[in-house]
Each structure stands twice: as structure tokens, then as C-alpha cells.
Design a protein around this ligand. Structure first.
Ligand SMILES: C[S@@+](CC[C@H](N)C(=O)[O-])C[C@H]1O[C@@H](n2cnc3c(N)ncnc32)[C@H](O)[C@@H]1O
Length: 329
């Protein structure tokens, strides 16, 4: 740990650590809307101890973030005139950096999509309105039966799994987000109890599953996030049994700027063209490769989505479905 790096050590207090040395404590669970800290910014002068409160308050349609410092009296008295300069030079740039399009965009993508976390993400991936059409389209193409053993890579909150399991198949869902796994387990608790579904934590590039084990592998709405898409396809091929079927639903560069790939996601995603996807699948050793740009509007209607949502699928394209097989012999 470097000098000056501050970490919240949740298990032991929680304490604030600076280069391994405690300099404060946090008074409340970090998930609460009000966080209280007792800070000793200059241990050589205990009279500078301060109480720091961070509050997130509802404010009309949005939220207000309030930072209050109480105490710190020696510093405030002796350096009163310097406080505005200190704030402008040291405090405010750190806050503004968090709000820059680059840093904030990275956080939004990470938090909402690449590794979803938080209650809002759990709720939205449990019932992902805009994903139902592609789920139904994939299931229409695959025609799963009770004999199928399905692997879903990057299963999110388990919504696709819940539909797929209605076919009577068995399944393994994998994701690298612990909160998504918790949501997927809650949503599919009955199938887990019945021994028809296992949900595991792992990375698409190193699937923690046996080789030649699945008849079908599906990956939807995640392939564009994989750092090494060739490795992920190689792993999916390894996990499939000979003759096993692959279905990867993703977005092409044409979807950039539409609801399928809006900013800040689009510029942080690898949007492959249909030709690039075919090349990747060939490189991973798949055969019977098919790349289609499906019309999702009929599936949006079949999912009984509101008419304004159906209208979005009537006017946007750019999504692509790659299907292929692992060689039989
Ligand atoms: C946009 S969400 C889609 C979730 C779900 N497939 C759906 O369509 O609702 C992307 C998911 O991919 C997962 N993910 C991204 N990169 C991953 C990786 N390298 N390995 C495993 N999961 C990954 C994320 O945690 C997230 O749950």
C-alpha cells in the first residue's frame, strides 16, 4: 500500500488506513445514506480531530450529496484564510475528477453493465425489459428440450435462464459479478432446489466447468465486454460436447448510439462486425457458422412489452446472433 492511499477496512471497525496506519473510524454501515467518520488528520496534534459526515439526500427528482466537517478546530482557526486555496487545489479537483466524462463513464459502465452491482442493477437484470426480445429470439432458434444441458456465460440476474429452464433442460449459469449471481439464484431458487440449475462465479476466459459437458452454450449481451473474445469462444467450445451448439447475441458497430449500444457503453465495448464474429468463431474451431441480424420486433411483441418499447425494436437494428456447432467428431 502506498503512502496516502486511504482504504476503508470494513471488517475491523471499520477503520480508515493511511499506508497501513489507522487514522480514523467509520461510524456506520457503508450501504446507508449517511456515513459518519471520525478522522485524526494530524495525530501529532489531537485537537485537530474532526467529524466528517457524508449525506446523500433526495432532492426533487435527483439526489444531493452533502459533505460536512465539524471539529478540525485548530486547523480552521489557524489556517482559515488558506482553506479556500486548499479546497481549490486539493479537495475540489479530486471531486471533479470523479465527475469527468471519462472517469464517471467508466464507473457507470462498470456499475451498470460490465460487473453490475447495487440494488438498481439487481432489479433491472432480474427483469431486463429490453433483453426479453433477444432472449425469446435465441430460444426460438435453439428449441431446447429436456435432454439439453445448457451453459450460459455471463448470465447476469438469471432472467434468460428462467425462460430457458421452462424447456425442462438443466443448466449452469456463470457470471463474474457476485451480486448478479445472488440475483440469479434468488430468481431461479426453485430450479436450484430441484437440482436443475447451478450458478457459479467465474470469468468467461477461464470457465470453471468441465470439458465436453454441455449440449448448448449461450452468451447474450456480454460478449462485447470480454477483454479476450477469442479466449472466451475457445472456452465455450471446450465446454461444449462434440456437436454442441453455440449462440452468441451481441451488438455490431451499427448499433453504436442506439438504445442497444448507447454511450457511455458503446465506446467501452468491442462491437464486432458480422464478418469479425465469423472469423472469431472459425478461429475458435466452430463449424456450421451462421451470423444473422435478426428482426427483434416480433419477439418484442411476443414478450408483451409496452408499445413504446416495441416501437424501439421496430426502428433499431445493429444486433447480431452468431450460431455455430462444435465439430461432431
Ligand atoms: C449487460 S449484462 C447482461 C446480463 C444478461 N446476460 C442479460 O442479458 O440480461 C453483462 C453481464 O456480463 C457479465 N460479465 C461481463 N464480463 C464478464 C466476464 N469476463 N466473465 C463473466 N461475466 C462477465 C457481467 O457481470 C454482467 O452480468
Amino acid at each position: 500500500m502506498t503512502r496516502g492511499s486511504v482504504i476503508l477496512e470494513a471488517q475491523t471497525g471499520p477503520r480508515l488506513l493511511d499506508g497501513g496506519v489507522a487514522f480514523g473510524t467509520m461510524g456506520q454501515d457503508p450501504r446507508r445514506r449517511e456515513l459518519r467518520f471520525t478522522v485524526h488528520p494530524s495525530p501529532w496534534r489531537p485537537s485537530t480531530d474532526a467529524e466528517l459526515t457524508v449525506k446523500v439526500e433526495p432532492d426533487g427528482e435527483g439526489s444531493r450529496l452533502r459533505l460536512e466537517v465539524a471539529g478540525w478546530s485548530d486547523v480552521l482557526r489557524a489556517n482559515h484564510a488558506a482553506l479556500p486555496d486548499w479546497s481549490v487545489e486539493r479537495l475540489v479537483p479530486r471531486l471533479l475528477e470523479l465527475l469527468s466524462p471519462t472517469v464517471f463513464g467508466d464507473w457507470i459502465v462498470e456499475h451498470q453493465a460490465r460487473r453490475p452491482s447495487g440494488a438498481d442493477s439487481s432489479a433491472s437484470y432480474r427483469d431486463p425489459t429490453y433483453h426479453w426480445p433477444n432472449f425469446l429470439m435465441i430460444l426460438d432458434r435453439l428449441r431446447l428440450t429436456p435432454a439439453d444441458r445448457l451453459l450460459e456465460v455471463a448470465c447476469g440476474g438469471g432472467a434468460f435462464l428462467s425462460k430457458a429452464l421452462a424447456s425442462g433442460c438443466t443448466a449452469v449459469g456463470l457470471d463474474h459479478s457476485p451480486e448478479m449471481l445472488r440475483t440469479a439464484r434468488e430468481l431461479n431458487a426453485e430450479a436450484i432446489r430441484a437440482g436443475r440449475l447451478t450458478v457459479v462465479e467465474g470469468d468467461a476466459a477461464r470457465l470453471p466447468v468441465p470439458s465436453d459437458a454441455f449440449t448448448v452454450c449461450v452468451c447474450t449481451g456480454a460478449f462485447f465486454f470480454f477483454a479476450d473474445p477469442a479466449a472466451a469462444l475457445g472456452e465455450m467450445r471446450r465446454a461444449l460436447c462434440p456437436g454442441g451448439r453455440l449462440a452468441v447475441f451481441t451488438e455490431t458497430p451499427e448499433a453504436r448510439g442506439t438504445i442497444a449500444a448507447p454511450e457511455p457503453f458503446a465506446s467501452r465495448a468491442r462491437l464486432h462486425t458480422p464478418g469479425e464474429l465469423r472469423t472469431l468463431a472459425e478461429g475458435a474451431g466452430f463449424v456450421e457458422i451462421r451470423v444473422e441480424e435478426p428482426d427483434l420486433a416480433p419477439f418484442a411483441r411476443a414478450a408483451h412489452l409496452p408499445s413504446d418499447v416495441v416501437a424501439v425494436f421496430e426502428r433499431t437494428g445493429g444486433s447480431v446472433l452468431l450460431t455455430a456447432r462444435k465439430p461432431a467428431g
